[in-house]
Design a protein around this ligand. Structure first.
Ligand code: ADP
Length: 644
């Protein structure tokens, strides 16, 4: 049936005059009526289709009477059938209604009765049309309901878009449809099978509070709104939508909105779960979820490396089962604190990895829900390599200390033992020279003199070695040392050397430092002594200076001496190394290596800057206010230091 207001009537009668009058008067009585006249029942039946609004039939006709015709018409379409007869009676009327005839109108000779017939036709036709519309609405509603299950099955946007298009096509018969969602303030089409019907749609100015919006031009929009999720179904329906369809589309809109909301929320949850999962599965730490009883409910795949098993083998086991027996007591903090809803850290304990053990550090944080600990999230870090490295380092340090000690002992013992025979050689050489000097000729005396010089030199070397082996052997004897006072002693000790060369030594403002006083003095004696010794200037000038450099003291000893060639500077601090010069300067070459060892044992550094022929500056640093690690507490007074 079309939406037009024309009422199509098929009229059959065996009298042509009747047909002509009826058509004329009926169409005049109501201009909406459009009467087609038939004298042959078979032809009328052939013309029957959904566009017919009413059949008006004579009762007695040759071939097929009105009753039979009614039966056949009703068997084909749902249309009102009016029996229009001049020969009827109450009995005929009753039989006619039983046959399904909808109305019964008597023919009159007065043309005014056509008015009545026209009214009866209109009322029947409109009633049937309404009933038909209601039936169709009902059918579509049923159809819509039948398809709703599909909406709830859609698990993503694309699926939902496809399902909606399918329903629009199946239930409403509209073939063109686009599904859009609001993203970044724009309606973006969701591609269904690669087809987008209305990609460039402008919703500006559209009243979005309405449930179905007619955009004109054969296009309607069904807005989808639920919470903060918005979208639209855009449908192309060239003939426009009927009121019934509009109401069905509203229902569809409500249901699709719900599904859209569900799908968007599910996608959001899925995306955030995905994000969480990829973080958890890509961190190096093993991420573990345990219930309040310690049973594992989740463990990240990196567990293979630490426990030697995949997650599926560890889930549902107790965390304690994975921990080394001897370290179980360390887990007590974990259980106790997490039950109280507190997080914490266990710096290290051992876990089982197959037959082996590995070291881990464990930090955790409980998830509290409704005041109860629901789960505990832990990050377990494999620190086995660090522990192994620490153990190896500890072992090497121990070995190194032992070797060092043995070496020092060896140097000490050997030096001591060497000294005794040397002293004998030197004493007896001097006795020989004193008592038997006149017996020996010049060459003999020269030889003996050389023996004595060599043995004295050797004695010097051994003393140097002994001193070197002692430096840093005892990390005690640290005290607050006033370097100004110490310098007075240093200059007293060097008095002879200074007088001999008329050296001028100036000392700047000096600090109080934490140091081993005896070694500090030795250091300054060596440096100032060298500055006077390796000096040909008249007079030799030496300047002892100090600067505060943040957390360190910086001392300098500057002279106007012979300087050191650049090529030799790197050798200076090696034991017994000396720079060859034209003039012979007494010494053994041990002094500077002793100096460096003293400085380093007190936690400082040492170096030299020099210009050959102009002078040198030896510098060293000392950490401020603290003894190096491992040293005994700083003593208020310097203790007597065991020197010999
Ligand atoms: P020694 O003084 O017994 O020779 P050192 O270890 O004290 O041994 O010094 C090593 C060498 O460094 C010296 O032989 C000398 O050549 C050079 N040297 C040390 N101090 C100075 C200085 N102030 N000026 C020039 N050369 C120096």
């Amino acid at each position: 049936m079309t939406g037009t207001q024309r009422i199509r009537v098929l009229h059959i009668d065996d009298e042509d005059a009747q047909l002509v009058f009826a058509k004329m008067f009926l169409e005049e009585a109501d201009p909406r009526l459009e009467v087609a006249s038939f004298s042959d029942a078979v032809k009328l039946l052939d013309s029957l289709d959904d566009s017919v609004d009413c059949v008006v039939s004579d009762y007695i006709m040759p071939g097929m009477d009105g009753m039979e015709l009614c039966r056949r018409v009703k068997g084909r379409v749902s249309v009102p059938f009016i029996l229009y007869t001049g020969r009827g009676s109450e009995v005929v009327a009753e039989a006619a209604f039983k046959m399904g005839v909808d109305d019964y109108v008597r023919k009159e000779s007065d043309p005014s009765h056509y008015q009545l017939l026209a009214k009866r036709i209109m009322s029947q036709a409109l009633m049937y049309r309404r009933l038909g519309e209601q039936r169709r609405y009902q059918e579509r509603l049923e159809q819509l309901r039948g398809n709703l299950g599909l909406l709830s099955e859609a698990s993503n946007l694309r699926g939902l878009a496809e399902t909606t298009s399918l329903i629009v096509e199946r239930v409403f018969g509209y073939g063109r449809c686009s599904f859009m969602v609001l993203r970044d303030r724009k309606m973006v089409p969701v591609h269904t099978n690669g087809q987008v019907e209305f990609p460039e749609l402008d919703f500006g100015g559209v009243d979005s509070t309405r449930k179905v919006i007619d955009l004109g031009g054969g296009m309607v929009v069904v807005p989808l709104n639920l919470g903060d999720v918005h979208g639209a179904v855009v449908i192309g329906c060239p003939g426009g939508v009927s009121d019934q369809d509009e109401s069905l589309l509203e229902t569809l809109g409500t249901l699709v909105s719900q599904s859209l909301h569900r799908v968007v929320q599910t996608e959001k949850i899925r995306a955030s779960e995905e994000q969480f999962r990829s973080i958890v599965e890509n961190v190096q730490d093993v991420i573990v979820l345990t219930g309040p009883d310690g049973s594992i409910t989740y463990i990240s795949p990196s567990c293979r490396g630490v426990f030697g098993s995949p997650p599926e083998e560890l889930i549902r086991r107790m965390w304690g089962d994975l921990v080394h027996d001897e370290d179980m007591d360390k887990l007590e903090t974990f259980y106790a604190k997490s039950l109280r809803g507190e997080g914490g850290v266990i710096p290290e304990y051992r876990v089982r990895c197959g037959g082996e053990e590995r070291w881990v550090s464990h930090s955790w944080s409980p998830i509290v829900k409704d005041g109860e600990v629901w789960q505990v999230v832990s990050a377990v870090n494999d620190i086995t390599w660090r522990k192994n490295a620490e153990t190896a380092l500890q072992r090497s340090l121990g070995e190194l200390e032992q070797t060092n000690k043995e070496l020092n002992d060896f140097t000490h013992i050997v030096s001591h033992d060497l000294k005794a025979p040397l002293m004998t050689i030197e004493s007896f050489s001097s006795f020989l020279l004193e008592d038997y000097g006149d017996v020996l000729d010049d060459a003999g005396q020269d030889y003996l003199g050389r023996v004595m010089t060599a043995s004295q030199r050797m004695m010097g070397l051994i003393d140097g070695l002994l001193t070197l082996s002692r430096v840093g052997r005892k990390n005690t004897g640290y005290a607050h040392v006033d370097v100004s006072e110490l310098m007075v002693e240093v200059l007293e000790d060097l008095g002879g050397q200074m007088d001999a060369s008329s050296a001028v030594v100036t000392v700047g403002e000096m600090p109080v430092v934490v140091a081993q006083e005896v070694w500090m003095k030795q250091l300054l004696v060596n440096l100032v002594g060298n500055a006077i010794k390796f000096n040909e200037s008249k007079p030799p000038r030496v300047e002892v200076g100090y600067r505060d450099v943040g957390d360190h003291h910086l001392f300098t000893v500057t002279d106007n001496g012979i300087g050191i060639p650049e090529s030799q500077r790197h050798l200076l601090f090696r034991v017994f190394s000396r720079v060859p010069t034209e003039k012979h300067y007494p010494g053994t070459g041990a002094g500077l290596s002793i100096c460096r060892k003293i400085v380093e044992s007190m936690g400082g550094e040492m170096g030299v800057e020099s210009k050959e022929g102009f002078g040198s500056t030896f510098w060293f640093t000392l950490p401020k206010g603290r003894a190096p690690e491992g040293a005994a507490e700083v003593e208020a007074e310097a203790k007597a230091f065991e020197f010999q």
